[in-house]
Design a protein around this ligand. Structure first.
Ligand SMILES: *Cc1c(COP(=O)(O)O)cnc(C)c1O
Length: 452
């Protein structure tokens, strides 16, 4: 089972050939979910005392299980936030698995950590943070946001002689659900700041909301750089300035949107990001890396290290190294054991160079602008908000939630696209999230044409 033998060779061929075919397949079907009963009928009991054998298990995966999973890299998968990894990133994911890497500590994974840190440094540089900035790749924006806020509270506990009865984080109702969820986990209050017509958090609104709340335990403010639903970027400049004035940790949640830092046509929207104490951006969203990969970056990583380092007798050898400038990624976030999940992203960046990333992000923006113009000129479609990034949200006049549902089901059943509805201000509407450079104007046409 562990030895590389003739059987392994056969299985390697089969797995490589499957992977190669899936990756080169031009018209990857969207596929669709099955019910548990359907899967039981088609796949049956897959784990048995004697085993099925690799070939049979792989066939079962390809013929049944994989077809019950929607292809998130399909060019007409425009729901939620798709995942559109480069071929280089996907291929290198196989290498990461084959290499027995442990990337939690410098001692075990210095080479991998070095490469991951260069990828983090590219992102920190785009944001205009100092060279001393750093962090770690975590599974997703959710873990990233939580870890940043834990570091922020740690800092506040050190800074304040008197601790408040309750700690609190401020943000808008547009902040991602993971922020309120992080507050629940940390048992801190969440102070909602109202937003104006344009949906953006501003420094003025923040200051007013903080004064009005009278809360004495606010330690951090979360601004969003690209809301998931509408792609709204908060006014980072004025929010950052108020944070600096009031001595509050400024965290920017850019899980989806901060990839736009690489795109000159939208870079100005993020002005003020250089004031952030921490930020997250998910390469598995708009930076062409496979799941699961979120870059969590701190202006001053030493605070995060103090907040997150786990101590145990068996880890003493590792902690000693950290005292000598060794970087242990696990010290910067919630979680200990870690896969070198930043490496597929690094390999792709190293392979293609950063200009290719700029071009690819710009390409998605240009397709999103095409969709915007088509909707603007349609008789039955209406933009909900002037798109700031690559998410285009709109309504189909006269449609009920059932109409959206029926349309979305039909699109998937006909293998035309995967576009679900969303809710905005209590209204059922829909949206297109373009993060896949393979998504073309013709793909947008196919979907919009199905709405009239
Ligand atoms: C997707 C998203 C998150 C959550 O990130 P995960 O990687 O799904 O955990 C947080 N904030 C924003 C703005 C997002 O778009």
């Amino acid at each position: 089972m562990h030895r590389y033998d003739a059987g392994t060779e056969v299985l390697a061929e089969a797995v490589m050939s499957y992977s190669r075919q899936r990756m080169s397949y031009q018209d990857v079907p969207l596929d669709a979910p099955l019910t548990a009963a359907q899967l039981r009928a088609r796949a049956g009991q897959t784990i048995t005392p004697q085993g099925l054998g690799g070939e049979k298990a792989l066939r079962l995966f390809g013929d049944v299980l994989a077809q019950a999973c929607i292809s998130t890299d399909h060019p007409r998968y425009l729901s939620f936030i798709p995942c559109a990894p480069t071929k280089a990133a996907t291929l290198f994911d196989l290498v990461v698995s084959a290499s027995g890497l442990y990337a939690g500590t410098w001692m075990e994974g210095s080479g991998a950590v070095y490469a991951e840190n260069q990828a983090l440094a590219w992102l920190a540089g785009l944001a205009g943070l100092p060279e001393t900035a750093g962090g770690v790749f975590v599974p997703g924006g959710t873990t990233g946001n939580l870890s940043a806020l834990v570091a922020a509270r740690y800092q506040a506990r050190l800074d304040r002689k008197e601790h408040p009865r309750r700690w609190a984080v401020a943000g808008t109702a547009n902040a991602h659900s993971s922020i309120v969820s992080a507050c629940d986990v940390m048992d801190v209050d969440f102070i909602g700041v109202p937003v104006g017509e344009d949906g953006r958090l501003t420094g003025t609104a923040l200051r007013e909301a903080l004064e009005k709340s009278g809360h004495d335990g606010v330690f951090a403010v979360v601004a969003t750089a690209g809301t998931t639903n509408l792609g709204i970027v908060d006014d980072l400049e004025s929010v950052g300035a108020v944070c600096e004035e009031l001595g509050l940790w400024f965290h920017v949640d850019g899980a989806y949107g901060l990839a736009g830092l690489a795109a000159p046509s939208v870079r100005h929207r993020f002005s003020g990001i250089e004031r952030a104490d921490s930020f997250v951006v998910d390469p598995h969203k708009w930076l062409f890396a496979p799941f699961d990969c979120c870059a969590l970056i701190y202006r001053d990583p030493t605070v995060a290290r103090a907040a997150h380092t786990q101590r145990a007798g068996y880890l003493d050898v590792v902690t000693d190294g950290a005292a000598h400038d060794e970087i242990n990624p696990s010290d910067y976030a919630v979680g200990l054991t870690r896969r070198a999940r930043g490496l597929p992203f690094w390999f792709s960046l190293a392979t293609h160079g950063t200009q290719a990333y700029t071009d690819a992000v710009e390409r998605t923006l240009s397709v999103a602008r095409y969709a915007t113009e088509r909707i603007r000129h349609s008789d039955v479609l209406e933009l909900l908000h002037e798109p700031e990034l690559s998410v285009v949200a709109f309504r189909r006049q006269g449609w009920t939630p059932q109409d959206y549902r029926a349309w979305s089901d039909r699109l998937l059943a006909d293998d035309i696209g995967f576009v679900v509805s969303t809710t905005h201000a209590g209204e059922t509407v829909t949206r297109l999230a373009v993060v896949n450079p393979e998504t073309s104007e013709a793909d947008i046409d196919a979907i919009l044409d199905s709405l009239v």
